[in-house]
Every structure is written in C-alpha cells, then in structure tokens.
Design a protein around this ligand. Sequence first.
Ligand SMILES: C[S@@+](CC[C@H](N)C(=O)[O-])C[C@H]1O[C@@H](n2cnc3c(N)ncnc32)[C@H](O)[C@@H]1O
Length: 218
Amino acid sequence: MGGEQLVRSAERVRDLGEVFTPAATVEAMLDLLPATMWAVHPAPTFLEPACGDGNFLVAILARKLAAVDALHASPAAAAFAGFEAVSSIYAVDISPDNIHGTPAHGPGARARLQAVFADWLAGLTPGLAPSPNALALAAWLIAHNVLVADMLDPARRDLPLHEYAWHPADRSVTVTRTTFGTVLDDADENAQRSLFDPGPEVVYNGPALGLPKALAVT
Ligand SMILES: C[S@@+](CC[C@H](N)C(=O)[O-])C[C@H]1O[C@@H](n2cnc3c(N)ncnc32)[C@H](O)[C@@H]1O
C-alpha cells in the first residue's frame, strides 16, 4: 500500500530486523487460516513473538470483532465478547518504541489495538459515549498481553502472562497468572514443568468490568 511506512531506518533494519508487513499481505496471510480461528467463545489465542507496532495484531482483532458483530448480540453481550477477543491476543516485541509508540513514529501496538477496540465499541451504541469502564478493561487486557521482552533470551520463560476464562452467563471472568515458560511446558506434552516456574495462580474471579480496579497494582 502506497502510504505505509514499512522501514523506519537502516539502523533499525540492521539491529532489529525491523521491516513491517504491508496490510494487504497481513490480510492475505490471515485469509489462509481456518474459519475456526475467528470463533467468538471460546476465542482461540494468538501469540505474536515479534509483533512490531502491531500490523498483524490490529488485523486479527478486527476479524475477531467482525465475528462478534455477526452474532447480532445485544450491545452489552457484544461488548463482553469483545473483551474476550482482546484478551485472546498476546504479543511481544523487543523494542519499547514498537509497543508504546513514540512522538516521531506515532502509536505503538498497544495504542493501535486500543483504537480498534474503542472504534468498534463506539459503533455498538451509536450516539452514546462508550463506557469508560469498558475502555479501561480493554486497556488493562492490552497492557498485560502486549509486552516488551527479548524472545531469544532464556529469561523469556519468566515473562508474566495472564490467561482468561470468560463466562458469558454472568459476564464474569476468571484470570490466572502464569509465565511464558509454564505455557510452553503445558503445550509440550513431553516437557516436565520446571521446578522454578511457580505454576498458574487464580488472581481474579468476578465481574469482568471489576477487573482493572481489583488488579490495579499487579
Ligand atoms: C520483520 S519485523 C516484523 C514486525 C511485525 N511482525 C510485522 O510483521 O509488521 C521483526 C520485529 O522483531 C522484533 N525483534 C527483533 N528481535 C527480537 C527479539 N529477540 N525478541 C522480540 N522481538 C524481536 C523487532 O523489533 C521487529 O519489530
């Protein structure tokens, strides 16, 4: 696409291998995934280990939210499904600029995801301001799922991750805190969990919109 900036500097290409993927290529790649990847509940999870400023993340979220729209649920039920969609997208990049954004380069991955969600949420109730609590929950989920880390460093095992079980019947959520190492071991049936990994711990179980305040300091 003509207006897309895919390279920021020769130094960043050399040091970070930073070349962003054009939106049309992202869409063509996502088209290759089975339709089941866009299921609303339970929502399949994605992890992008070198996400840049989020070209894949925003496209994945947009597809997940389009799948919510296709259910024609009430605004409250749709918003709840939207939280699950946001929470199912995990990402890492080594460059804080890419996650947090910079004045020179513009918004990073977190802000871009938040903008996609906020636009979509506003569309659920045209003419009404989106709920600040809903926006705060999306921001909490994005801040805890989209992280700065070096995915080639063995210390990536200690990366804190949250897992979510969403309960549409009472619009509550169970949040479990774990580590990337534990998730890797659980995915590999031949691996034995390291003695040094603490294992999953339930840190919240309650109304979805109560999550940001309950876990404000973690
Ligand atoms: C080729 S770019 C791809 C960015 C994005 N996935 C996209 O397609 O637009 C590679 C990205 O990997 C990141 N990166 C490089 N080394 C990394 C590492 N050890 N751990 C995590 N991210 C890394 C860079 O900062 C850069 O954003």
